[in-house]
Write a protein that binds this ligand. Structure first.
Ligand SMILES: *[C@@H]1O[C@H](CO)[C@@H](O)[C@H](O)[C@H]1NC(C)=O
Ligand SMILES: *[C@@H]1O[C@H](CO)[C@@H](O)[C@H](O)[C@H]1NC(C)=O
Ligand SMILES: *[C@@H]1O[C@H](CO)[C@@H](O)[C@H](O)[C@H]1NC(C)=O
Ligand SMILES: *[C@@H]1O[C@H](CO)[C@@H](O)[C@H](O)[C@H]1NC(C)=O
Length: 310
């Protein structure tokens, strides 16, 4: 009796272990788990589709059992039943095919998805017989105000890199900063290099700042900030460019040289012009000198010239 009990209990244990194994396997694979594992908060999104497609954005910050409900009013065919299925990131989810009856003027399906980690995020779609679909974009809030121009700082100075989460979005639990080294991004650990890096977060965690001190040219490159939520981290990038102090003066110097050349050219031109005038003046006086009443005419000529000048 006790032996059979022992056998039975060990079998149950084995069964439980194997179930657990299946569960963990399912959650770690790319296929999203179709059934809840642990009691989670629940959320329901229902969409009624009248046309052929619709896209709905769902922002999440905490793990949740998400029920997605799709209702389609059908097309002119109004088939009595239609095959439906779900996809994640464009790939059909296994065992999600279903024959749906046309009932009360609509097709209706719903499915629960456990969204517990970053890999469960993505695009979930319900598809009705390849004729209509609703896409749910399930994502962490994105960091706004992405800056595409690099931050430019001078060698020896400090640079401040900033990332900001929209005030209307949920506040992250914390922020991380990363440095790209060409192949990978390494998290910046302030305690390891306290002189070089400082991370300053706003009290409400809507904004983070990375201060890089004593800049050298080697600090140039790509940095990432990450807003950390319970369900995952959302990233944004900032580029830093460290330049020598003389570098910004270069265009200024070029302009200065151009100005000097231009001024010199103008002066030379003016000089040559005035020289020409002098020679023509000499010419007329020479002609007038050839005339009989030279001296009188010459003074008249110069006075008339003076008048013209005035
Ligand atoms: C679906 O409809 C077809 C006819 O269009 C019918 O033959 C089939 O039996 C129906 N299937 C179900 C599950 O109702
Ligand atoms: C989800 O859909 C959006 C918009 O169509 C697209 O930009 C994004 O790359 C998709 N994400 C995945 C993981 O497929
Ligand atoms: C980048 O960082 C990774 C991880 O720390 C390291 O393995 C790799 O060698 C680094 N690459 C370069 C080019 O420094
Ligand atoms: C950076 O400069 C400050 C003073 O400008 C100095 O106190 C500090 O030790 C320097 N840090 C490093 C890592 O050189």
């Amino acid at each position: 009796m006790s032996a059979s009990w022992k056998q039975l209990s060990s079998q149950i244990l084995l069964l439980l272990v194997s179930c657990r194994h299946i569960n963990t396997k399912a959650s770690s694979s790319t296929q999203p788990p179709l059934a809840p594992i642990t009691p989670l908060k629940t959320d329901v999104r229902s969409i009624v589709l009248k046309g052929e497609s619709h896209t709905e954005k769902i922002e999440l910050v905490n793990p949740v059992n998400l029920t997605l409900e799709c209702t389609w009013t059908g097309n002119q065919n109004k088939l009595p039943n239609i095959t439906s299925y779900w996809t994640k990131d464009g790939e059909e989810i296994q065992n999600s095919q279903l024959s749906v009856q046309f009932h009360n003027g609509q097709y209706n399906i719903k499915q629960v998805f456990s969204i517990v980690s970053e890999e469960n995020l993505g695009n979930y779609s319900c598809v009705f017989g390849n004729e209509a679909k609703i896409v749910f974009i399930v994502a962490i809030p994105q960091i706004g105000e992405v800056r595409d121009k690099p931050i430019i700082s001078y060698m020896g100075d400090s640079a401040v890199l900033t990332c900001k989460m929209d005030d209307k979005k949920p506040k992250p639990n914390t922020w991380n900063w990363y440095r790209h080294n060409g192949t990978e991004k390494e998290q910046i650990n302030v305690t390891v290099e306290p002189h070089r890096y400082e991370i300053k977060n706003k009290e409400e965690k809507t904004e983070t700042r990375l201060v890089v001190n004593n800049l050298t040219e080697a600090d140039s490159g790509l940095y990432s900030c990450g807003a950390v939520y319970a369900i995952g981290t959302t990233m944004s990038h900032v580029e830093l460019k460290v330049i020598a102090f003389m570098e910004p003066l270069k265009p200024f110097i070029v302009i200065m040289v151009e100005v000097v050349v231009l001024v010199a050219a103008i002066l030379l031109y003016e000089k040559s012009q005035s020289k020409k005038k002098v020679t023509t003046g000499d010419g007329t006086t020479a002609d007038q000198k050839n005339m009989p009443q030279g001296d009188y005419n010459a003074t008249e000529g110069s006075s008339s010239m003076r008048q013209r000048k005035v």
